[in-house]
Design a binder for this molecule. Structure first.
Ligand code: SF4
Ligand code: SF4
Ligand code: SF4
Length: 359
């Protein structure tokens, strides 16, 4: 690998631009915090190798050819980098394939076992900017919110890809990992008591998580138990935004980097792909306020009855089960306001990249 000439100052800028060209983006700040993050995660040599990767799984031979260096050394470096959570690794039979990883969801989440206060501080400075600069402007979001199925009113239709239980039952490989958002907040003294095992990965992502020691494999039955524990705690379900999601996160408004940041905005509902909204039956409501306490988006105010601010409601449905008076339910949005997720995450990423003018 010493054949690679590394300009240590410039390589991190190049890597930042490279990551920004991926669908979810990695925009440049005036402060340069994103470069500080990259310096903490990548050595200059690793940054050089990461620059040669695309968001397509490829064998080490092909990447070595692009880098114009010897295969064995590149293969060893790729293997080590994928173990460190800097790039993604998939397997085809016995062959390892490597591809670029986005910063979020990706490199950051792969560091769940490798956090320190300085890195957490930089990432917490950077993520609100990333969210406002890329996520906010994209029509196709990387994650969507699906409802608590039992909260949906009986007359409303619900698609299988909107039912967490159905998504989980359809998987042949499931790994559950600790929630990095809760873990990093805990490490800086601001954590919450919500369940820590909250991030499910499926398929190739699950194998990667398991091999890298980021989570543990669970049966569909155990995954359903963990799901119901998360729902009992009032967590919001955020799968990746496709009809075949590769993960489901169970999130809280205090720690989740997406929810806690969109909550600060005036219209969180416009920042999320969701097909439902909460509706109060004023005849039944006794204004107890339990639903307002549960809502992670501060979407409910209680006067003579509860009322829902539709510009804040993300249709998660976690408020519904706490109403003991059957005064709350989720309704499906009008067809024009609904979003059908892309069939696969490859299509989701293609749409995101197109919307950002990257392809
Ligand atoms: S997105 Fe949600 S479940 Fe995933 S790590 Fe963040 S808070 Fe935890
Ligand atoms: S009111 Fe709050 S808890 Fe209820 S569905 Fe809307 S965002 Fe979720
Ligand atoms: S929990 Fe039910 S009864 Fe209580 S304020 Fe909310 S909608 Fe009304």
């Amino acid at each position: 690998m010493d054949q690679l000439k590394v300009d240590e100052v410039d390589v991190y800028r190049q890597l930042a631009r490279h990551l920004d060209n991926l669908p979810a983006g990695f925009p440049a700040t005036e402060s340069g915090v994103e470069l500080r993050i990259l310096r903490k995660l990548f050595t200059p040599e690793e940054a050089t190798v990461a620059l040669a990767l695309r968001m397509v799984p490829e064998p080490a031979e092909k990447i070595a050819k692009r880098l114009q260096t010897e295969v064995a050394a590149v293969a060893a470096r790729l293997s080590e980098m994928s173990r460190k959570g800097l790039i993604f690794r998939a397997r085809k039979g016995d062959m390892a394939l490597y591809m670029a990883s986005q910063f979020v969801v990706g490199i950051w989440e792969y560091h769940v076992n490798d956090l320190n206060p300085e890195l957490i501080e930089d990432v917490n400075e950077y993520l609100p900017f990333l969210l406002q600069t890329t996520w906010a402007g994209m029509q196709t979001k990387q994650l969507r919110v699906i409802p608590v199925a039992e909260s949906v009113s009986p007359e409303a239709s619900i698609m299988p890809y909107e039912v967490a239980e159905e998504i989980i039952k359809s998987q042949s490989k499931i790994v559950v990992a600790p929630c990095i958002c809760r873990k990093e907040q805990q490490l800086v003294g601001q954590g919450c008591d919500n369940p820590m095992e909250a991030c499910f990965s499926f398929g190739a992502a699950a194998f990667y998580y398991e091999e890298n020691g980021l989570g543990r494999a669970v049966s569909p039955e155990e995954a359903l138990e963990l799901l119901h524990k998360g729902l009992a705690a009032g967590l919001v379900l955020q799968p990746s935004n496709s009809q075949k999601p590769i993960n489901i996160c169970m999130c809280c408004g205090c720690c989740c980097q997406v929810l806690k940041n969109i909550k600060k905005m005036p219209r969180p509902a416009t920042m999320i792909d969701a097909n439902y909204f909460a509706e109060v039956d004023a005849e039944q409501c006794i204004a107890c306020g339990d639903c307002a306490v549960r809502c992670h988006m501060e979407a409910i105010t209680v006067g003579e009855t509860a009322t829902v601010d539709l510009e804040r409601c993300i249709g998660c449905g976690v408020c519904v089960p706490v109403c003991n008076y059957a005064a709350l339910h989720l309704r499906r949005k009008e067809p024009a306001s609904q979003s059908v997720p892309p069939a696969t995450m490859v299509q989701t990423y293609m749409q995101m990249a197109q919307e950002r003018g990257k392809i």
